[in-house]
Design a protein around this ligand. Structure first.
Ligand code: BGC
Length: 266
């Protein structure tokens, strides 16, 4: 059977670890050629690109800081030079710099907003321009597909993380407004909002039994997510299987957004 994303090219920002790495692997497994963007650590993506190529796929690892316009432009240019065009863009790069509100430095506020929100602005703007430049293809019904990596914290307030929650709350309206603007051109823009997915970013929340027990109280489905859970959602949202899905946030969170605190109370 032909793979779901055969003959398509996907660019994933922040692909060197965690959810971005898992999504990149899943898109490659589904048959897409992948551009693996990294910021600080080249090695995981160079290794993954190598593995994908050895398995018969196509992949390239490219450095760029997504908050830097020139570097984002270079990322798209290098992708174009290698693959000719791009069909799928996953604006994933993001980070946390947590602290109590009164102690939060302006640097920590700005770093999180410029990576998580401005980074998605620059990535998506380059994506829209690239889809327009390349024009329609026969590999997908859409001119292009964009997936914004959001979080349950686009709707769940998060004390001690106002910079992160503000960035993800921003992504909610950013994604919807962009989706509305470019849908007439058959560009589909959607978000995935992961809950607690087992990665380095939230290691403190699951690597001791006490922390894990506490975390599971917030997840009605009573398991911590895996990057593969997000990878599968990304493959579907990137494929024509979801061709009528436009401007939606797909929550992949084991029910974390179901107000679990109310299951026995209220
Ligand atoms: C955060 C994680 C957190 C999860 C659920 C994610 O967006 O990056 O640190 O575990 O939301 O709270």
């Amino acid at each position: 059977m032909e793979k779901l994303l055969a003959n398509q090219v996907a660019l994933i920002t922040g692909a060197s670890s965690g959810i971005g790495y898992g999504v990149a692997k899943a898109l490659a497994d589904a048959g897409a050629a992948v551009v693996l963007n990294y910021h600080s650590h080249a090695e995981p993506d160079e290794k993954l690109a190598d593995e994908i190529e050895k398995a018969g796929g196509s992949a390239i690892a490219i450095h760029a800081d997504v908050s830097n316009p020139a570097q984002v432009a270079n990322l798209f240019e290098a992708s174009r030079a290698r693959f000719g065009g791009i069909d799928i863009v996953v604006a994933n790069a993001g980070l946390q710099k947590d602290s109590a509100f009164a102690d939060m430095t302006l640097d920590d506020w700005q770093l999180v907003l410029s990576t998580n929100l401005t980074g998605q602005f620059l990535t998506c703007q380059a994506a829209v321009k690239e889809f327009r430049r390349r024009g329609p293809t026969t590999v997908s019904k859409a001119l292009g597909k964009i997936i914004c990596m959001s979080s349950v914290h686009e709707v769940i307030p998060w004390a001690g993380h106002v910079n992160y929650a503000a960035s993800k709350g921003g992504i909610q309206m950013f994604m919807k407004s962009l989706a509305q603007e470019v849908a007439p051109e058959r560009i589909r823009v959607n978000s995935i909002a992961p809950g607690a997915i087992r990665t380095r970013i939230n290691q403190d929340a699951w690597d001791s039994q006490a922390a894990l027990d506490k975390l599971l109280q917030l997840i009605p489905y009573r398991r911590v997510g895996a990057v593969e859970d997000i990878g599968k959602a990304a493959v579907w949202l990137a494929s024509d299987e979801s061709d009528y899905v436009v401007g939606t946030t797909l929550f992949v969170d084991g029910g974390m957004t179901l107000y679990p605190g109310f299951s026995n109370n209220g």
